[in-house]
Design a protein around this ligand. Structure first.
Ligand code: C5P
Length: 268
């Protein structure tokens, strides 16, 4: 089952677009499965500088419409790196994984909201007061991004969680943090393919679930362990797929993206 038809219809975010009443970046229903797939594939621009980002954008401009900018590129190139992506008409997932006291996170969220991005991450482990402050910080902003809470980093296994004083299993900790996030009014989460089914059950059809760790069938795993194919992730309830190296390090990134879109479209 896919969640395309039951997802909310957001306004398309562009720098000049009027603000939607509710911040949601959920996929837009599209009659054409290929277009529906395009609107749900996010390419991770995990590159060291604006020049490398620009090379990739040139190659993917006609194929993809969402790009993730994370800490590596954002710290190296600054907020200005977002402008050419927006000018090309694309949407941006700004993956900064904010984690600080409520007042500081609220300020960072307001700053990010002024950049024209459509999704922004923060750590659920900051606690309910941080999540509420982040949500409240968006009130009155003209272009509110959808807030996505990161629950448990996939690099934290039971031993690593134990080392920071958490005795629960990663799965139980994910569920605890997701419930806390929902209670604080957060509707979007980043999670691994392993957790998407459980989180979909918690959020219902209107939650936005963004899933990294995607590998096309037969592709190289890299350092990802909890993986799913594009079709599997959609069938388990993913709203968006985040794909990095299988596209960005392919000899022909556009061709690699096309193959993934085809696999997604087949189940939409
Ligand atoms: O290259 P690859 O497809 O593995 O890239 C996945 C992207 O998703 C990277 O930007 C990575 O930082 C991010 N990510 C992840 N696992 C998480 C959260 C984010 O792989 N749990």
């Amino acid at each position: 089952m896919s969640y395309d038809s039951s997802m909310p219809t957001p306004a398309t975010h562009r720098p000049t677009a009027p603000a939607p009443p509710q911040p949601t970046a959920g996929p837009q229903p599209a009659a054409d499965p290929r277009e529906a797939a395009r609107q749900r594939l996010i390419v991770a621009l995990d590159v060291p500088d604006a020049g490398a980002a620009s090379v990739l954008l040139d190659r993917l401009d006609d194929t993809c419409s969402w790009f993730k900018v994370g800490l590596e590129l954002f710290i190296a190139a600054g907020p200005a790196v977002l402008d050419p992506i927006l000018r090309r008409g694309h949407r941006i997932f700004l993956d900064l994984k904010l984690h600080d006291i409520p007042n500081t996170v609220a300020g960072a969220v307001r700053s990010a909201a002024s950049l024209g991005v459509d999704m922004l991450t923060l750590h659920a482990a900051g606690g309910p007061a941080v999540l509420s402050a982040a949500r409240e910080a968006l009130a009155g902003t003209s272009h509110p991004p959808e807030l996505l809470a990161v629950t448990v980093l996939t690099s934290l296994d039971a031993a690593q969680l134990g080392a920071i004083g958490i005795g629960r299993s990663p799965a139980d900790q994910v569920e605890l943090l997701a419930r806390m996030g929902l209670a604080a009014g957060i509707r979007g989460f980043v999670c691994s393919p392993q957790e998407v089914g459980a989180l979909r059950a918690l959020t219902g059809p209107t939650g936005t679930l963004v899933i990294p760790g995607i590998r096309p069938a037969g592709g190289s795993l890299g350092d990802q362990k909890r993986i799913a194919t594009p079709a599997q992730a959609l069938q388990m309830g993913a709203s968006f797929l985040v794909v990095g190296r299988p596209i960005t390090q392919a000899p022909d990134p556009a061709k690699a993206a096309e193959a993934i879109l085809e696999e997604m479209a087949a189940v939409l």
